[in-house]
Design a protein around this ligand. Sequence first.
Ligand SMILES: *Cc1c(COP(=O)(O)O)cnc(C)c1O
Length: 360
Amino acid sequence: MEKRVYNFNPGPAALPLPVLEKMQKELLNFRGTGMSILEMSHRSKDFEAVLDDAISRIKRLLKLDDRFDVLFLQGGASLQFCMVPMNLEVPGRPVDYIDTGSWASKAIKEAQIQKKHVRIIASSKDKGYSYIPKGFVINPDASYLHITSNETIQGTQWKSFPSTDGVPLVADMSSDILSRPFDPSPFGLIYAGAQKNLGPAGVTLVIIRKDMLDRSSADLPTMLKYKTFAEKKSLYNTPPCFAIYAVDLVVEWLEEEIGGVEKIALINEKKARMLYECIDENEIYRGTAAPEDRSVMNVTFRLATEELEKEFLAKAAEKGLVGLKGHRSVGGCRASIYNAVSTEAVEALADFMRSFAKSH
Ligand SMILES: *Cc1c(COP(=O)(O)O)cnc(C)c1O
């Protein structure tokens, strides 16, 4: 095998090497079927076993009881920005959002396009989305409250979720799902595009509390209604079979090799600490997120000038450290250190950052 780089891409992002190797091994003849999983019916018992395994592992890992359905949809997290208000608005009751950054504001825009009564109950736009709002008031009459658990671009993360006193929480967890444990009971719906922390692009995980299904009105288009997917176990039409298979291998790895979400959370904390310490101890770097709201998944930082950032990225790439450029909308640098990014990779980055600081 040619040398693999240390991959800090924001998404699609690194996958665990054992998962890639298992995919390679099984590609031509899937578990004795004599064909590839790419070539087989989504209604076959072999594919259904994969789907069932993925669902039950996700339920175990996230401690979801039978109040929740686990669905696999297409259209990315971005389609969820549209489907959430379409399906979960209760007529006559506003939909509430907290505006924490680029992704939250895109979710808000899709609810506004549908002419829902959107209330933005808190925002961190005033300081360039560098923090998570605190001390806001929850409206008891809201259809739901939407949050973005981790802002992938700005590098901020909710450390604990707001208590909503019965208003269902809806969360975009695209960039931190399965990275840490949380209590699912206040959530009406959780969604995540797979390509950051779960698997490859092409599938979106939706976890929905079953009572939310009754909110979708009958006149919604079939493919935009959660109920369609819930009633048919995500097999109403052809699902993204290969992506679901890859997600299954990722959650199998998380459960069996890592030992679950509590274990990976400790590893993730340690990885993030290494980088933030490096940023705080070396004047050449400046973290962009408020220290108490710093993301454990996306570490965002700047150097003094754009010239210096360019040099940093180029020198890093020479050392096999790739994917460190910040999002084009904000610039700077970003290390995405999702579950599949090893401690070894993060150590290599921290070493490089220290030696770069020393030589400047
Ligand atoms: C990447 C990302 C999205 C967009 O996901 P798509 O699957 O590309 O639509 C939405 N929200 C968050 C938090 C993300 O990180």
